[in-house]
Design a protein around this ligand. Sequence first.
Ligand code: ADP
Ligand code: MG
Length: 732
Amino acid sequence: MAGLDTALTDVLGGKTAAALAKSLDLETVGDLLRHYPRRYDERGELTDLAHLRPGDQVTVLAEVRKVRRRPMRNRRGSIIEAVVTDGRGTLTLTFFNQPWRERDLVVGRRGLFAGKVTVFNRTRQLNSPDFRILGDAALDDGPGGGEVEEFAGALIPVYPASAAVPTWTIARCVALALEVFDPPADPLPAGLRARHRLMDLDTALRSVHRPADRGVLTAARTRLKWDEALPLQAVLAQRRLAAAARPGTARPARPHGLLAAFDAQLPFELTSGQREVGAVLAAELDSPHPMHRLLQGEVGSGKTVCALRAMLQVVDAGGQAALLAPTEVLAAQHARSLRALLGPLGRAGELDAAEPATRVALLTGALPAGARRQAQAEVASGAAGIVVGTHALLSEGVDFADLGLVVVDEQHRFGVEQRDALRSKGDSPHVLVMTATPIPRTVAITVYGDLEVSALRELPHGRSPIATSVVPAGEKPAWLERAWQRIREEVAAGHQAYVVCPRIGGDGSEPDAVDEQPRPDEDEDEDGRRAPLAVLDVEPMLASGPLAGLRLDVLHGRLPTEDKDRVMRAFAAGELQVLVATTVVEVGVDVPNATVMAVLDADRFGISQLHQLRGRVGRGSAPGLCLLVTDSPVGTPARDRLAAVASTLDGFELAELDLEQRREGQVLGEAQSGRSSFKLLSLVKDRELITTARAEAAVLVEADPDLAGQPGLAAAVAELVERERADFLEKG
Ligand code: ADP
Ligand code: MG
C-alpha cells in the first residue's frame, strides 16, 4: 500500500516513473496526486475547434468524422489523414507511416487528441498527434479495456502534460496510484473541516482526479485550496507572532525634538491619511518590539514624508534611521530630497544649522573614497541620524552607532529572508517597507503576510489630476497628429514631455534585457503583429518629423551609467524638452515640470505598469496628460485594458483588474504554470477563502504557536518553509 511519500517507482513501472520524474518533476505519489487536472472535458461536449491557434500545444476532445489512407507521393509509405470535428469546425490529423493507427480511428468515435496546431493549405492540423479513443459504456472496446480505465467518469480530466507524457498516461498513473493509496493523515484540523464543511483529504484527492460530477469536483477543489491557503497563512501567523515577541528598542517621540521642529516648518498640511499612518508608526516605534509594516501608496501620495517623520522620531530618541533604495541613482535622489525637506534641520555642524539638527549621510559605491570615508565616520559616530544608501548598505558591514529604523523604499520583491538579514543588523531595528505599486489585499496578505499593512489612498491636495486618453492611431491617424501637437503645445508653454516605447531597438529586435519587459499579451494572436516600437527608431522619426525643432534625447537601460545620468540631469534641468525612453522612467524619475507623456504601443504594457508610468506626469502644479497610443482595435481585450486605465486613477482598483486579467489569460493553451506556487488557489477568485484561512490560522497559531497539537498541519508548514528556503537559495 502507498502513502503520499511513497516513491512512484514503487507504484508504477520504472520507465513510466522515470518519464514522470524527468518531464514533470513528479517523484512521489503525493507529487502525482497533487498534479491536478488543468480542466475537465465532459464526455458529451467536444472542444471548440474554432479557437485553436497555430503554435498552441493542445489536447482536444473531438469526434472522428473521416479517415483515409493513401500512399505518399514521392516516397515509400503511406499517410493517414483523419478529420475530427466538434460538430462545427474541423481539424485534420496526419500520420506518416503509421498504418496501424487506422484501426483505432473509427469514424463516429470520440477521442482526446494532443499535439501542436499547425496550418497547412489553410486548414488546421495536428501532425502525428498522440491520441486516445474513449471507451464508452455501451461498446466497451476502447484500447486498454480490462486494465485500469483512466477515464472512469463523465468528466475527463485533462492534465498539464508534456510531449513525453500525454494526459492519458498521467490519468492512468493516477488511477494506478489511487488503487493502492491508503487514506493519508489529514493536515486540516477536524474542527476546522467541520466548521467549513470540507471533505477529508482522501476523498478530495480521489474526487479531484475522478470526479463523479461537477458538484463533487467543486467541493474537492475547495478542500484542496485550503491545503494551499492554510499552511501558508499559518507560517505567516507564526512569523507575525514571533516578530511581535522579539525584543526591540522603543523609540518614543520627544516633545520638542526634531520631529516637532520639522512639523512646524512643513509648508503644507498633512493629509488625513498621512496623519493616521503617522499615528500608527509613532505608536509602533514607541513599542519595545520591532515594527514590521508595509506602507503602500501611489507615487506622490506622500510616503516619503511619512517615512521621514518616523525617522525623525527615532533620531529624537537617540537612534539612527537608514533609508534603502533599489538603485544608487534613487538613493542619491532620496538623499537630495530628504535634505531639501529638512533644510537647516538636516545641517547639523554647519553654519546655518537649526537647533536641534541632524545630518543626512549618503553612502553608495559611487562615492569617491574620501567622501565615502567621511560618510562612514558620520554613520559610525552617530553624527548622521539619517543614512541613505542601497540595499548593499546592510551587507557591506557599514557600522552604525545605533540603528533603530530601516526604511526600504520601492522594493517590490523584498522577501522574508532579506528582512531577516536586515533584522540581524543592529538590535532588531524597526522596519518600514514602502511600495508604490498598489497591491490587492489578497496579494498583500499572501506575499507580505508577515507585515502589517497600511495604505495612503488619497493624493495630497492641490495635486493636479492626470487626464488620460486612448489615442487609436490605427483608426484615427488624425488623433495621433493631435497628440504630437499637444506635446508641442506643452513644450511651448515651458513644460516637458516623455515619449515611452516598449523596446530599445537599435540592433535588430533583440529583447530589451535590462528594463522590465512589458507583459506578453496572452489574449491576442501574436502572429503577424509588427515588432513593438523602439526608442532608437522613434527618436529620430520624431526629431525629423512631428517634433522637429524640439530638444530630444533618449534614455534606456543599455546606456552607460554616465550617459544615463547626463541625460537625466539635462532633463531635470529643463535643457531637454522631450525624453524618449523605455520604462526606465517608471521608477523614481521626478521632474515636476514634465506634464505630458505619450506611451506608444501602450497595449504592450500591463495595467499596473501604465498606471505607474503616468504617475511621472502631473508631479507639479500643472495638470498632467497621459496619451495611450495604440493600434489595437475597439473591442479587443488589449483595448479594453487601456480604456480601464483611462477611466480611473485608483491604483488599487487597477491592481485588482490587472491581477484578474493575468490569471484568466490562459484558456485553451497548454503550458503556462509556475506563476505562483499555488496550483488551485486564485488570488482573485478565492479572496474570501484566503481571508478566512488567515483568520483561522491566526487563531490556531495563537493557541498553539508550534502547532504541536496539529502534527499534520505542522508538517505541511515545515514543508512549505523548506520549499521557500530552497527557492530562495536557488534564486540567491
Ligand atoms: P511618495 O514618496 O509617496 O512618492 P512624497 O512623499 O515624495 O511621495 O511626496 C510627493 C510630493 O508631494 C513631495 O514633493 C512632497 O513634498 C509633497 N507632499 C507630501 N505630502 C504632502 C501634503 N500633505 N500636502 C502637499 N504636498 C505634499
Ligand atoms: Mg517617493
